[in-house]
Design a protein around this ligand. Structure first.
Ligand code: PRP
Ligand code: URA
Length: 216
């Protein structure tokens, strides 16, 4: 069964040629931290386009230099971006370029290197998070543990409209997320083969946080 058949409309793979081109450079072990950060920002912007495709529009009257016209603008929707620290921080700037009025919540989560279980160490959300459309961002979806913990936290905060944008996903992680949260929509630039024994995505791109921040 193909991933499209298995995941249906709940998972969108952003397969635009420019996205795939940038992703290939991102995966390359020779790509510097500086270039890696720029690519993550750009890929987040592309993903933001897909993730906001369903925003409602309203008619507005605009006076062009030629005449008056009825045009469309996005209705005043309340949005929030929630990066999973650390690596998710790399996607915030690109998302904010697209949605400058969005608020940003932060969720600190690290994966235990032996058990691969997520541990939450920080959370700071906008006060009105429950009434916002929330886009959780993290470049990597491996076992799905971190994303599931983040989605669970936000559901407990009362968030109803939740989306998850990642750059590379393992099929196992997607399955786990879809099963844990029956409503979340997932956006990714690629669905990879799987994971290795250390639960790193294969072929993946290595440790996203370390590559963004140059910590290895
Ligand atoms: C990475 C990544 C995700 C998580 C994915 O973070 O950014 O948050 O692992 O793995 P999972 O799907 O198996 O939970 P990591 O724990 O390495 O922390 P970091 O961002 O601080 O480097
Ligand atoms: N976290 C990463 O940064 N990379 C992976 O491949 C898996 C989890």
């Amino acid at each position: 069964m193909s991933f499209t058949e298995e995941f249906g409309t709940r998972v969108t793979v952003v397969d635009h040629p420019m996205v795939q081109h940038k992703l290939a450079i991102l995966r390359d072990e020779g790509t510097s931290s500086k270039q890696f950060r720029e690519l993550v920002r750009e890929l987040a912007l592309f993903e933001g386009y897909e993730a906001t495709r369903d925003l409602p529009l309203e008619d507005v009257r605009v006076k062009t230099p030629i005449t008056e016209a009825t045009c469309k603008m996005v209705q005043g929707k309340k949005l929030a971006i929630v990066p999973i620290l650390r690596a998710g921080l790399g996607m915030v700037e690109g998302m904010l370029e697209l949605m400058p009025a969005a608020k940003v919540g932060h969720l600190g989560m690290y994966r235990d290197e032996t058990t691969h279980e997520p541990h939450e160490y920080y959370a700071k959300m906008p006060e009105d998070i429950a009434s916002r459309e929330v886009l959780v961002v993290d470049p990597m979806l491996a076992t799905g543990g971190s994303a599931i913990a983040a989605l669970h936290y936000l559901r407990k905060c009362g968030v109803k409209n939740l989306k998850l944008a990642v750059i590379v996903a393992a099929p196992e992680g997607i399955r786990a997320v879809l099963a844990a949260d029956p409503e979340v929509q997932v956006f990714t630039c690629a669905i990879d083969r799987g994971m290795n024994e250390a639960c790193y995505i294969v072929p993946g791109l290595g440790d996203a946080g370390d590559r963004i921040f140059g910590t290895k």
